[in-house]
Every structure is written in C-alpha cells, then in structure tokens.
Design a protein. Structure first.
Length: 104
C-alpha cells in the first residue's frame, strides 16, 4: 500500500521537486536553442562560423547547466542540447572553424 501514498511527480515538465529553478531552466533553454542552431547550420558549408560559435557557446552553457542542475529532467534536456551543440561545433570546425577565412 505504499504506492497509494506516493506523490505524483509526473505533473511538472521540468521540476520534480516542486521548487522553481529559473537559472537551470534558462540554461536549459539557451543550450537547446544553441544546440539546434549549431546542428542545423552545420549542414550548410558556408555557415561554419555560426555553427562553430553556436556549438562552442552551447557546450559551455550546457556544461555549466549540468554542473548546477538539480533534477533529472533538467539534465536530460541539457544532454540533448549538449549533443546537438557538440555535433554542430565539430562539423563547423571541419568546414572552416571559428575563424576560417576571417583571420589569416
């Protein structure tokens, strides 16, 4: 009968401890947006500056977000954003890098 006393934690999308986490949610949103931007722009060879910089910043914000995250749901979204940022970053580096054609 212990199951009958268990609280419903599936009601919230992000916080499973019923506490607000504004910093963590902001980092999650920024990481996801940068990850999608880096991933999509990495598919175009001429957008290597956008994909590499968005990927690099997405990796940094995602790593800090992982460091300060408090719930599993936050970490799950951050891992998705980190993965997309990393793929975009590496493809952007392969297509020309952070400064390819601008400096040197």
């Amino acid at each position: 009968m212990a199951q009958a006393l268990r609280s419903n934690t599936a009601g919230s999308l992000f916080a499973t401890d019923n506490k607000p986490h504004p910093l963590q949610h902001a980092l999650l949103a920024v990481t996801l947006v940068l990850g999608v931007t880096a991933f999509v722009s990495a598919m175009f060879h001429s957008l290597h500056l956008l994909s590499s910089w968005a990927g690099l910043v997405g990796i940094i914000t995602g790593a800090y977000g992982q460091f300060v995250s408090e719930t599993t749901r936050e970490r799950f979204g951050l891992v998705l954003g980190l993965g997309a940022s990393a793929v975009g970053f590496f493809l952007g580096m392969a297509h020309g890098g952070l400064f390819g054609g601008v400096i040197g």
